[in-house]
Unconditional design. Sequence first.
Length: 327
Amino acid sequence: MSLAVQIRQPGGAEELHLVDVAVGEPGPGEIRIRHHAIGLNFIDVYHRTGLYPLNLPATIGMEAAGVVEAVGEGVTHLKVGDRAAYASQPPGAYCEARVMPAKCVCKLPDAISFETGAAMMLKGLTAQYLLKKTLPVEGLQPGDHVLFHAAAGGVGLIACQWAKVLGLQLIATAGTDAKCQLALANGAAHAINYATEDFAARVKEITAGQGVKVVYDSVGKDTWDKSLECLRPFGLMASFGNASGPVAPFAPGSLGAKGSLYVTRQTLFSHIATRESTQAMADDLFAVVASGRVKIHIDQRYPLAEVQQAHRDLEARKTTGSTILTL
C-alpha cells in the first residue's frame, strides 16, 4: 500500500485527498519506485482544475526522485536499488510509491540529492529544451537578448543561470521587485517588474529598439500581446504554459504585420517521447547541475499531507524557485 494524493473531481485545492492505494508489480517496460521527494509544478494545478482533463479518480504529479524497488521485463537501463528521478507521463507522482513506465525514468547521479532531483527534472528539462531546442529561425548566439517571463519561478531561475552559461543576455520579468532581484542574482542580465512597468517598452529600451529574438512565455493570456511587441522581425514567440489563462484566438495575419513572426506552443512531453531523447536531455541537465554552474533553488518544502496549502501558495504566486513535497 502507498499513501497517494487523488482528485475525484476537478476543482480547487480542497479537492486534493490523501488516500491509501494498492501498488502492484511492474509489468513489461515498467518499474516500481519508492519516492524520497516529489516536485510541485503548475501543470499539477492544470490537472487539478480540469484545464488538462484526466480520467478520474486520478493521482496527480509529474516529477519525483527515489529508489527503484522492482523492474519489469525489458527494462535494461535501471536495476533494483538504483537512485532515480523522472519527469514523466502519466501523472501519479504525488505518492509514496508507484508503478510507472520506465522510459522517462533516469538514473540519478550520486552527486545530486533526491530533493534536488525531484525539484529539477520537469523544470530543468523544460529549460533545456527551451534554450537548446526551441530556437528562432536565425538561431541564438552569445550576446543575443531573450525575454523570459516568470523568471523567478522554478523553470525561470534555472533558465536565468543556464542562459548566462550560454552567453545569452536574458531579460527577466517577474511580478515583484524582490523576484526581479532574485532573477538578477541568478544570472539575468536585466529584470523588469511587469506589475509596475510596461515590459514591452523596457525591452525596446534595453535592446536599443531592436527587440529580442525569442520570448519564452509560461504566463499566457496576460503577457501574450505585449510579448509579440517585444520581438524583432523573424522572432519566435515560444509559449510553454498559461498560468494566467489560455491565450485568446488571434489572427495569423497579425504575425506578418509585426515582422513575419513565428509562434510555437511547446510541451516537454514531445521532447521526452523516446528513451534516447530523454536520456540525452537529462545528461545535459545533470552535467550543468553537477558542475555547479546551475544551482537548483528549493525555496519551499511541504509534507505530502499539506499538499492543499502547497497548491494554494503556488497559485497565489507566493513561491519562488522550486517547491517539493516531502515524505
